[in-house]
Design a protein around this ligand. Sequence first.
Ligand SMILES: NC(=O)c1ccc[n+]([C@@H]2O[C@H](COP(=O)([O-])OP(=O)(O)OC[C@H]3O[C@@H](n4cnc5c(N)ncnc54)[C@H](OP(=O)(O)O)[C@@H]3O)[C@@H](O)[C@H]2O)c1
Length: 269
Amino acid sequence: MNNPAQPVAIITGASSGIGEAAARVLGRAGYRVVLAARRLDRLEVLQGEIEAAGGKALPVETDVSNLESLKNLIKRTLEAYGRIDVLFNNAGFGRFKWLEELDPAKDIAGQIEVNLTGVIQLTSLVLPTMIQQKSGHIINMASMAGYVATPTYTVYAATKHGLRGFTDALRREVGIWGVRVSALYPGGVSTEFGSHTGAERKTGITTPKALLLTPEDVGNWVLRLAQNNRSRNVPLPWVSWLGIWLNRFFPGLNDWIIERTFTKPERGL
Ligand SMILES: NC(=O)c1ccc[n+]([C@@H]2O[C@H](COP(=O)([O-])OP(=O)(O)OC[C@H]3O[C@@H](n4cnc5c(N)ncnc54)[C@H](OP(=O)(O)O)[C@@H]3O)[C@@H](O)[C@H]2O)c1
């Protein structure tokens, strides 16, 4: 049933991982979910699952690095549902190699286009609707790399730091219209993300199991933010605040630790 009283959430990157989990969580909670990503076949399977459970979903094949594709996403959403209550800007990828080894087009420009430019452009297309409604919540998927930048994460960290600046500035711009702007900053999440990074580690350093989040953990936070009429920046898990404070108040010590435990052994020095 397409019930106009039900809120509407657009989720980018809904074909796997965090976006897919968030779509399930929001669908169960009564949101009509618009599923956006390039792999339409996966979106259609997810639509079937959400609708079999009594929810409502609209799959829209979308490339967030293509402006026309973003315009089509908004058009299809408004035609089908007539409003937008939540935009979860989640699509993204990381390429974790030394900067001089990144491909200038696919890895450098590509990460910026998908992780940052696409988010900014899609948000600008959604805002007129939210401002007119005098309500809405934009939730950006940043990363712990939006607070703490580490070697091999240069471009990725630039995009996620960029999202933090974008989130803070926009929140101060649109709050007067009742539009909320939040961001999530997870550490490691067990998804397909790691299989696309190209990372080759000599040290084997990775997120400790105890700190690894599930996509559902993050999806539940998306719902929590969506249902709360307050803008927030949320690092996950909460213990990551320790790393943020270390980096902020003792940056020289953090450089020293990272160079000795990661950069030198990874460079074979
Ligand atoms: N996993 C982690 O450890 C972690 C930690 C912190 C933050 N994050 C962030 O969380 C977000 C989701 O990542 P994930 O872990 O769920 O990884 P994932 O399973 O690889 O999912 C990435 C999603 O982004 C979509 N996507 C990529 N490029 C796209 C494009 N050009 N247009 C449209 N959609 C695109 C993919 O869909 P298609 O390929 O079908 O287009 C896929 O649905 C990313 O922004 C990532 O930076 C992840």
